[in-house]
Design a protein around this ligand. Structure first.
Ligand SMILES: Cc1ncc(COP(=O)(O)O)c(C=O)c1O
Length: 379
């Protein structure tokens, strides 16, 4: 399989011969990993339950974890799920890679569509399933929302959306998501929304595809699935807790498949994750930090405050040159947008000319780094 190198590897190659200006402290704004301590109560639950390591965990997860996840969905998205409509997962990266392989195994000439730029695992899954790919380009012209071409969608077996979007920060409204639910039913494709950033909203909570399905009259979530994760929500990417939820018929079969994948989460991790999914207070605190960082960016760079995520998606003249100069003269690392996107059928790479900046640091560090970005932009 001809997997592309990961964006961070491409960045390392781009910067490998550059010596950064050591008069500045190194600032890394590339990775979407919260740089805050995982809350104490989550860490404590993990160590308190360490003795459970003597047991094999079940693929489907413990009852208390499943209940915590369902309670989260009910509280946050006003959507009641049955136990068969949700599966706890080992983070969401593994699902994004193996769910398409499960779904498309029997399909000849399968077609997957996904947003472009994208989280690179979608592309890995398309390669692993030998699917033809349709890129749903997100650019300034379409306001970073996928354009709907029904002729193309009619060919699709699986469509992956990612709203709130990494890296463009775009969100879709309940009505816009509902439109996608109608399309998934009309053209009979499976629609998966990657909602990893749903909890990192700035002011107004963003809607879930699950709510949209109910809104569209599809209360059984036919053809509709979401994934969600604790990684960003609880500053706990190392805990590896996520879920996939929605269409029960699909999930019942997928559950059997997962038994073979062998990605059951260790019991101490499940205990800690259950507490984290049940608690909102620590998430509200994180949201305040991310919002304050966006306000600092607005003050320094004049950028708009996005509705969600912790990224800035900024247009620059030449993103590769800018990234190199910023590192060499100011010791700040950012990610060129073209590493996160591909050229689509009409020859457009929607990442070209953009950089992604992850605002996952404290306010002081953010302010200091963004001042340097500003100086570099002004040169
Ligand atoms: C859009 C998107 N989806 C999914 C993931 C996977 O997150 P995890 O496996 O930690 O749940 C990430 C991680 O950065 C992401 O950015």
């Amino acid at each position: 399989m001809n997997f592309e190198p990961y964006p961070f590897e491409k960045l390392n190659n781009l910067l490998q011969n550059i010596i950064p200006n050591k008069n500045y402290e190194a600032s890394v704004l590339t990775i979407g990993e919260p740089q805050f301590e995982t809350p104490e109560f989550i860490q404590k639950a993990l160590s308190d339950n360490a003795s459970l390591l003597k047991k094999y965990p079940k693929t489907g997860g413990e009852v208390n974890l499943r209940e915590a996840m369902r309670a989260f969905v009910q509280k946050r998205f006003h959507t009641k799920l049955s136990d068969a409509q949700i599966i706890p997962t080992f983070g969401t990266r593994e699902v994004l890679f193996n769910f398409p392989q499960f779904l498309l195994f029997d399909k000849e000439n399968s077609v997957m569509a996904y947003t472009n730029p994208f989280y690179q695992i979608y592309e890995g899954a398309a390669l692993a399933t030998r699917s033809k790919v349709i890129h749903l380009n997100l650019n300034a012209k379409n306001n970073f929302k996928p354009e709907i071409d029904e002729n193309e969608l009619a060919k699709c077996d699986l469509v992956i959306l990612n709203f709130p979007n990494n890296p463009t920060t775009a969100t879709l409204s309940l009505e816009e998501l509902s439109e996608w639910v109608y399309l998934a039913l009309k053209h009979d494709f499976v629609l998966l929304n990657d909602e990893c950033y749903s909890e990192i909203y700035t002011d107004e909570p963003t809607p879930s595809l699950l709510e949209a399905a109910v809104h569209a009259g599809n209360a059984s979530f036919k053809n509709c699935l979401v994934i969600n994760s604790i990684s960003k929500r609880s500053s706990a990417p190392g805990l590896r807790s996520g879920f996939i939820a929605g269409d029960e018929q699909i999930l019942r079969e997928y559950m059997k498949y997962r038994t073979y994948v062998g990605c059951a989460s260790p019991l101490p991790l499940q205990s800690a994750a259950a507490l984290a999914w049940n608690d909102e207070e620590h998430v509200a605190n994180s949201r305040k930090i991310y919002k304050a960082n966006f306000e600092i960016a607005q003050e320094i760079l004049g950028t708009d405050i996005p509705d969600a995520t912790f990224y800035l998606w900024i247009k620059v003249q030449d993103a590769l040159e800018f990234t190199k100069k910023l590192y060499e003269k100011y010791n700040v690392k950012v990610l060129p947008g073209e590493f996160l996107a591909r050229e689509n059928a009409s020859g457009e790479n929607p990442g070209i000319g953009y950089i992604r900046i992850a605002l996952v640091e404290t306010q002081d560090k953010t302010r200091d780094a963004l001042q340097r970005v500003k100086e570099c932009l002004g040169e």
